[in-house]
Design a protein. Structure first.
Length: 366
């Protein structure tokens, strides 16, 4: 059985079951299940070679599976559109002709195709580009033209492969706003494969994290970010401090779960109730802590020396400052801490101590 992504009780409009893909005798996608719901935003993320594009191509019917199947769950059949990473616009054709291209297969007259293309471009705010060729418009405009062309085939689901790879960072926000308005108007489901974790966390309803052709973790963005199941998941989704340690106290009582971890540095941390039940934990675990989960403060009188750190680097980032701090009793052990600039700021060479709220700590079993 694959990694079943049965995240809601609603009926899926597109579903993959136990999907596997081979390429050149090598398995590039292994035992993946996926359900896409009406109007949903699904993000496939992972490093290069993780299997994101292979999964998209299977969902679009452009690549054969070595195992498993893709099913449509709309009475008339789910119409799937795809926007490729290279966009696939014809350079010798004008924008309106590119947009109208899907209507050729429907044997529409040139007049009908042109009317439909201009109407679609007008709706997307791109009518002024209709007579230009793709090389005469910007990367962001080409991206939108490619999507408008896909929408002219009236899809239920649109698959987008690395849609931001050719866009400057300041254009990504504009494109995603436009994409959101378009989705709200049409009700289509969107499945995006991307490396852009920052975008995904703020955009997706559901995240599927792939690595080496398998699903590592899946779920709502806040769950995947705050409760990673592996050190890979924790660090792929953003900066994360990982410390090895052992479970030194555990209890599952009437008042809730109580778990205490002593790290290899000797630091003691109590973790929150969102972690696995105490009885399921092995002796050795990893403690994952996001840089923003720490609080840096001045050392207090009588504090445990194991909590003492020294600031070795400072990077101002606008709304917050990133500190690299080194353990005083264990030289060579460094942590990253992101501190809001509304609090006091520290300089290189200053000694500090750390505080970490239990609800922000996550245990990983590996």
């Amino acid at each position: 059985m694959g990694a079943l992504l049965d995240h809601r009780a609603e009926s899926a409009i597109l579903e993959a079951k136990e999907l596997a893909v081979d390429r050149g005798g090598v398995r590039v996608l292994t035992d993946v299940d996926l359900r896409v719901l009406p109007g949903q935003r699904v993000a496939l993320i992972g490093p290069s070679g993780a299997g994101k594009t292979s999964l998209l191509r299977c969902l679009a019917g452009l690549e054969s599976a070595a195992q498993g199947e893709v099913k449509a769950h709309v009475e008339s059949g789910t119409n799937v559109g795809m926007v490729f990473q290279d966009l696939g616009l014809f350079p010798h054709m004008r924008v309106w002709s590119n947009v109208a291209f899907p209507l050729l297969a429907k044997r529409r007259s040139r007049r009908e195709r042109k009317r439909a293309a201009f109407a679609a471009l007008r709706k997307a705010g791109l009518e002024h580009l209709a007579s230009r060729r793709p090389n005469a418009i910007s990367g962001g405009e080409r991206q939108r033209v490619a999507l408008v062309r896909t929408l002219l085939s009236d899809p239920d689901v649109v698959l987008l492969d690395e849609p931001f790879s050719s866009l400057d960072s300041h254009l990504v926000g504009r494109f995603t706003e436009w994409l959101g308005d378009l989705q709200a108007e049409t009700g289509i489901a969107l499945v995006i494969a991307t490396h852009d974790v920052t975008f995904v966390l703020g955009w997706a309803d559901y995240i599927v994290l792939l690595n080496e052709g398998t699903v590592v973790q899946h779920g709502a963005p806040d769950v995947v970010f705050e409760r990673p199941r592996s050190s890979f998941a924790a660090q792929f989704l953003g900066p994360c401090n990982v410390m090895a340690g052992r479970v030194t106290f555990r209890r599952n009582g009437l008042t809730g779960k109580e778990i205490e971890i002593t790290t290899d540095l000797g630091l003691v941390a109590r973790v929150g109730s969102h972690n696995p039940p105490p009885e399921e934990l092995p002796e050795r675990v990893l403690l994952c802590i996001r840089p923003a989960s720490f609080t840096v403060c001045a050392p207090s009188v009588g504090m445990d020396d194991r909590q003492l750190f020294v600031v070795v680097d400072v990077a101002y980032r606008g709304t917050f400052t990133t500190y690299e701090i080194e353990s005083v009793p264990t030289p060579g052990f460094h942590l990253r801490v992101d501190q809001p600039n509304v609090t006091g700021r520290y300089s290189v060479g200053e000694q500090v101590m750390l505080e970490w709220p239990p609800r922000r700590l996550c245990l990983v079993i590996e």
